[in-house]
Design a protein around this ligand. Structure first.
Ligand code: XIL
Length: 376
């Protein structure tokens, strides 16, 4: 009898210790003194509908990014209509939880209404008109949250894969200096805010070279760019640890900080031809592209954990210049990769599973920080 009770108590203790071990060290605690750990949040977390998600965000992260709430189409849908409802709640969420609050993004070619670039007849407006619209947008939004948003993604994805400037309406109408202007307008509206140039696939050499040239030019002109955001939409094999390392080093040499701004690691078969995060990309549904609809095999789960450990090893190596690592979503169920570039896939790119439980990748990431502490 005594023996049986002893076994039961020991089992209970072991179970609670295991649970404790899982939750004992949060991501933000593990990385304190290295860099901030953030998560992108959406309407369900901002409005409190997703209380499970909110509990994870509050316990684990010390920075937030808005997945869509501050994009032009949401916050400024019509010429004279700003809608701050969700953005205000987002900023209030960050303040309530004392979080480093990021805004994303001011100038981009996606999720921006067409009216921005056109006159009443549907023709492209001229440079002066578009600069004025850009200025009004930036000064209104950045001004509204002055001192409450710590970091802005000012220009998003201005580059092509070959490192040349993307032929977006911004470039076509204003010319190359639209980037410098956007940073200047943001700086005027909040001189204290950190200002980021954000893009994907900067680990690919040609695109990286274009970005380095762009940032070097902006810095030489005295444009107030404080950091580069490497989006970090990665796969199990791309980018290599060497390329990630070289990319961070190269930007650090220019005297800007580096942010990993939208981290996820896709374990699904690649549907696009090249590593990309172009949101307009669409690939037809195909069961072959959705192999883990019924669950992730343990071997892939381990691969994902190892891959996260390897990448965090690189970020930690550069902790003097890496100021923040932000995951693009809270749990696997929230990830945009369930619907991009193929609709309706079951994706596993983050550290928390669909029921909100930490995955082996979570332990791998916290362990990576502990290993560095032990080495020092
Ligand atoms: C994505 C969001 O996650 C989706 O909800 C939305 O439908 C499309 O945009 N790079 C970026 C982000 O800079 O803004 C994108 O976010 C993902 C790729």
């Amino acid at each position: 009898m005594l023996n049986r009770r002893f076994i039961a108590v020991t089992a209970l203790l072991a179970a609670s210790m295991a649970a404790g071990a899982q939750t004992r060290t949060s991501l933000k605690e593990a990385y304190r003194g290295n860099f901030l750990i953030g998560a992108a949040i959406g309407t369900p977390q901002i409005t409190g509908q997703d209380s499970r998600g909110d509990a994870i965000v509050e316990a684990q992260f010390d920075a937030i990014s808005p997945e869509n709430a501050l994009k032009w189409e949401r916050i400024h849908p019509k010429p004279d209509t700003y809608d701050f409802t969700l953005a205000d709640r987002y900023v209030a969420f960050g303040e309530k939880h004392h979080m480093f609050t990021v805004a994303h993004c001011l100038v981009w070619h996606n999720q921006v209404p067409d009216w921005v670039f056109r006159d009443d007849k549907g023709n492209f407006v001229d440079r002066v008109t578009l600069l004025k619209r850009m200025h009004d947008h930036i000064s209104t939004i950045v001004g509204r949250y002055k001192g409450r948003i710590q970091s802005w993604d000012v220009v998003n994805e201005a580059l092509n894969e070959d490192g040349t400037l993307r032929q977006s309406p911004w470039l076509k109408i204003i010319g190359e200096d639209y980037i410098a202007k956007a940073f200047q307008y943001a700086h005027q509206a909040d001189p204290q805010a950190q200002l980021t140039y954000n893009d994907y696939s900067l680990e690919i050499e040609a695109k990286r070279k274009g970005a380095l040239a762009l940032i070097a030019k902006l810095k030489a002109q005295g444009v107030p760019v404080t950091s580069v955001g490497l989006q970090g939409h990665n796969s199990l094999t791309w980018p290599s640890v060497e390329d990630q390392d070289a990319t961070i080093s190269a930007f650090a040499k220019l005297g800007v900080k580096v942010v990993i701004s939208e981290l996820d690691i896709d374990v699904l078969p690649r549907a696009a031809q090249h590593p990309s995060a172009e949101v307009s990309l669409k690939v037809l549904e195909d069961p072959k592209l959705n192999p883990y609809a019924d669950g992730l095999p343990p071997s892939v789960q381990q691969e994902l954990a190892q891959r996260y450990a390897d990448l965090f090893g690189v970020y930690l190596k550069h902790r003097d210049v890496v100021t923040r690592v932000t995951f693009w979503g809270v749990t696997d169920g929230d990830s945009w990769l369930n619907d991009w570039p193929v609709k309706g896939r079951t994706s596993y790119p983050l550290l928390f599973d669909r029921s909100g439980q930490p995955k082996p990748a979570f332990q791998a990431v916290t362990r990576a920080a502990a290993d560095v502490k032990t080495m020092n």
